[in-house]
Design a protein. Structure first.
Length: 193
């Protein structure tokens, strides 16, 4: 026997928030999320999220992410700006998620880090887990952690900073910020790491 519970209406309210949409069709959209905007409602961020804005913009979003994350296929941190792909249909959501899982879709980030990075290219292949000193932070730890691989390439060196092109082969929470801090080149302006 299978018991299917009744559908639960989303308690997230649509909010008219201006979105920077760089592409949209009937299956998906690509939005440039600004710094300071949380992707979906969470404790401490119940409104003014990207999801609130998307609900006001779109009549339909994929339901695969659940009632708190409609259309959300992947995320970036609140204090990071960048492009996010949002699924309007469940089929698009499944196919996009599969591309991220199979690594046929790639994510590229640009970061200004403190200090002058000496190597032109580098790979940080160290596991990330919850910090034992600060539960809000992630850290390179070897127990209760998950594999994390970050590749970077120096694009330009400045007096006290370096501009990097960064690709992550895994998608761990705070991965770039955590890994760059670990090699003593924290992301410029990042107060946490």
């Amino acid at each position: 026997d299978v018991i299917i519970p009744p559908a639960v209406k989303s308690k997230i309210k649509p909010e008219k928030i201006k979105l920077n949409i760089v592409y949209e069709d009937r299956n998906l959209l690509v939005v440039n999320k600004p710094v300071g905007m949380v992707v979906h409602p969470a404790p401490g961020s119940k409104s003014k999220t990207l999801v609130n804005a998307l609900l006001a913009h779109c009549k339909n979003l994929s339901g695969i992410g659940g009632i708190l994350k409609p259309g959300i296929v992947h995320r970036i941190d609140k204090d990071v700006s960048g492009l996010l792909v949002v699924a309007k249909t469940d089929r698009a959501h499944r196919e996009l998620a599969e591309q991220f899982r199979e690594k046929t879709a790639s994510r590229v980030y640009y970061a200004v880090v403190k200090g002058v990075v000496q190597l032109d290219n580098g790979i940080i292949d160290l596991p990330i887990g919850r910090s034992i000193r600060d539960r809000k932070k992630m850290a390179v730890v070897f127990e209760r952690s998950r594999e994390a691989l970050t590749k970077y390439k120096v694009l330009e060196r400045f007096t006290d900073y370096t501009l990097l092109k960064v690709q992550i082969k895994t998608g761990r929470k705070h991965q770039i910020r955590c890994h760059m801090s670990y090699i003593h080149h924290p992301v410029a302006g990042d107060k946490m790491y």
